[in-house]
Design a protein around this ligand. Structure first.
Ligand code: NAP
Length: 259
């Protein structure tokens, strides 16, 4: 018998970028529903702190993988050893560099695409067939409003998030065709600005480049959000959780806009 308050008991969830920000909030939301977690980021100490919080929140077990997703060997090992057993995959780790076109060097462009697109692709490729073999799975890719519209000085980021949404849509259609009997969904969440380290770095940059004070810089970013305020990480986590908990999955290849 399943406990209604722990709908993810018996499910294994893999969350990338779980050491802080949105990934941490997603991990804690899944933990509170009883999932077994694997948390991924580079900083082992940050992961260990989130793991403690996740255990206290109700996770049935928590494993940490201190992995640099830009390292192809480490990523391949994560795919082979962990992603194959994931029932829930949240591709959240990401980088959001800002630079004008001429300063968007090849390395910056490649690293942005490698982390924001190639790592989610590799993890989906490892996880999806195994989810299908167990007849249930949820993939949520953390994209951005930058998956849906252009923003200045962020060509690599905008390109990577558009591509991540395209990947989500393509795999959603492929999964529906190939694994009709499995309750398998792939969706993206597309938040506007969320109050995390990424926004803190954007605020620093605005203070430096535009000469405004910190409060004005935060206001400027908040005004770009559809709702005119910065989102909290737990609001994004709630949206991710809603997609994971759909029973059976109703949304396929959707871009859930949050702002
Ligand atoms: N904040 C926003 O305004 C906003 C808006 C829309 C979408 N998003 C998206 O939401 C996601 C999370 O953003 P956030 O704001 O929570 O960012 P954040 O606070 O900077 O957290 C990023 C997480 O990713 C991990 N990470 C970064 N590079 C990594 C790498 N090479 N390998 C493994 N892990 C890595 C970081 O841990 P380590 O540094 O320890 O590796 C950290 O846990 C990103 O995909 C971002 O594009 C954010």
């Amino acid at each position: 018998m399943t406990d209604a308050s722990l709908p993810l008991a018996g499910r294994h969830a893999l969350v990338t970028g779980a050491g802080r920000g949105i990934g941490r909030a997603v991990a804690l939301a899944l933990a509170a529903r009883g999932a077994a977690l694997t948390l991924v980021a580079r900083n082992a100490r940050a992961l260990a702190a989130v793991a403690d919080e996740a255990r206290a929140a109700g996770a049935s077990s928590v494993g940490c993988e201190a992995v640099d997703l830009l390292d192809r060997d480490d990523l391949a090992e994560l795919c082979e050893t962990v992603a194959v057993s994931a029932d829930v995959l949240v591709n959240n780790a990401g980088t959001a560099p800002s630079a004008p076109l001429e300063k968007t060097h090849d390395d910056l462009f490649d690293e942005t695409l490698e982390l924001n697109l190639r790592a989610p692709f590799a993890l989906c490729r490892a996880a999806l067939p195994e989810m299908a073999s167990r007849a249930w799975g949820r993939v949520v890719n953390v994209a951005s409003t930058a998956a849906l519209e252009g923003f200045a000085y962020t060509s690599a980021y905008v390109a990577s998030k558009h591509a991540l949404l395209g990947l989500t849509r393509a795999l959603s259609v492929e999964a529906a065709q190939r694994w009709k009997d499995a309750d398998l969904t792939l969706n993206a969440v597309c938040p506007g600005f969320v109050d995390t380290d990424i926004v803190a770095r954007s605020v620093e940059r605005l203070v430096r480049v535009a000469g405004v004070d910190e409060a004005a810089a935060r206001d400027r970013l908040a005004a770009m959000n559809p709702g005119g305020r910065l989102l909290r990480p737990d609001e994004v986590a709630d949206a991710v959780l809603a997609l994971v908990l759909e029973q059976p999955g109703a949304r396929h290849g959707e871009a859930l806009v949050l702002g």
